[in-house]
Design a protein around this ligand. Structure first.
Ligand code: SF4
Length: 373
């Protein structure tokens, strides 16, 4: 295979990893580059949009993650790109298409440190030979040594390592080779420590991802871990990837559950992203999140609406006098609308619902929870 053929296979294989600012797995959220390699739209920290080259370095893997189509035992075509090949192709894209950056992940080629060395070597070539100063996101390989992780932190703009499950018991259902504490939690803690405020690699962003529904975890457990990842390990983002049946080994819980149709799996993923938003943008606490009697999120309404329905004593919220946090609890009102309300209030009183800068269903929804003088 030549470089372009390998890139086509490996860029396509990287779609299962969402630990970057890229769009979801939906086809419409990404587009093919001119040569067949996948380029992903990304949302920039500044709020704008660009595109990123996202690829695996190799889809060969010595690990046994039972949810993964590239686990060692799987009968699938394999190939590996050399660091110099990736660097050359990437710089070609930078010159011709002005792309924003590189997201580079990999299966485990031999050992974790050998793989990390190939990922780090790619970044080294870009930084030194090509003097590339732009965005590089490196995946940290589970089980990599502290020294290899620290080198990645010195080269990358962002790093990620996927936590996969909320806790060891669920993790052990999915892999017999990987050690949850040693291979996943240790690197996450090290990354958190080395990127803490005032630390040497403070500028490096860090993210992680749960594989949702491959094991038998509850939403309550994922939510608890997510909160801890933000609060204690100061991660910048937590991503959720719905397990897609048929990709993994038939003996994992995610394959045996017959009731979960694909749309329900993606709805579960969507509900977890809504909770993630409530943490990051609406100042919700872990204990605010409502679950059903089994410990899962409600599928028939979003978690903010479910919270409001369980707390009638908090409503109606007075549109003219309530603080920002109380307004953010009103279903239908997001941070942008709340900021707009506060600005309007500085000039005039809000006399009726139509003074709220919203339209249609969201305005009607908010109206059921607001009071005007
Ligand atoms: S480490 Fe696990 S998830 Fe990653 S490529 Fe290998 S088998 Fe797949």
């Amino acid at each position: 295979m030549d470089t372009r053929d390998k890139l086509k296979m490996l860029a396509d294989a990287s779609r299962y990893d969402l630990s970057c600012a890229c769009g979801t797995a939906d086809e419409e959220h990404r587009r093919r580059g001119r040569d067949g390699a996948w380029l992903y739209p990304v949302t920039l920290a500044s709020g704008g949009h660009s595109i990123m080259l996202k690829t695996l370095l190799s889809n060969a893997c010595s690990n046994d993650c039972k949810y993964c189509p590239f686990r060692g035992e799987a009968d699938t075509p394999r190939c590996t790109l050399q660091p110099r090949e990736i660097a050359d192709v990437f710089m070609d894209y930078v010159r011709r298409e002005g792309i924003f950056g590189l997201f580079l992940s990999s299966g485990v080629v031999g050992t974790p440190d050998r793989t990390m060395e190939m990922l780090n070597a790619t970044a080294r070539i870009l930084r030194s030979k090509h003097a590339y100063r732009g965005y590089i996101h490196l995946k940290v390989i589970p089980g990599a040594s502290n020294a290899a992780i620290e080198e990645a932190l010195g080269l990358a703009s962002a790093v990620s390592i996927n936590i996969e499950t909320p806790g060891k018991r669920h993790f052990d259902l999915l892999s017999a080779r990987k050690n949850y504490e040693q291979d996943i939690i240790r690197p996450l803690k090290l990354i958190s420590e080395k990127t803490a405020p005032g630390a040497r690699f403070e500028r490096v962003r860090k993210t992680t991802q749960f594989i949702v529904g491959a094991a038998d975890e509850l939403d309550r457990e994922i939510v608890r871990y997510t909160f801890g990842l933000y609060q204690r390990l100061r991660l910048n983002r937590v991503y959720f990837s719905a397990y897609q049946r048929g990709l993994g080994s038939p003996d994992i819980p995610g394959e045996r559950r017959t009731e979960a149709q694909p749309e329900q799996r993606f709805l579960r993923e969507h509900r977890l992203y809504q909770v993630d938003f409530l943490f990051r943008k609406y100042h919700f606490a872990e204990e605010d999140i409502p679950f059903d009697s089994n410990g899962n999120l409600l599928m028939d309404r979003d978690p903010k609406l479910a919270w409001a329905d369980r707390h009638p004593e908090r409503f109606p919220v007075r549109a003219n006098t309530a603080g920002r946090d109380d307004l953010l609890r009103v279903p239908g009102l997001g941070p942008t609308t709340v900021s707009a309300i506060l600005k309007i209030r500085a000039r005039q009183r809000l006399r009726r619902l139509e003074h709220i800068p919203l339209k249609g269903k969201r305005l009607a929804l908010a109206g059921a929870y607001l009071a005007f003088d």
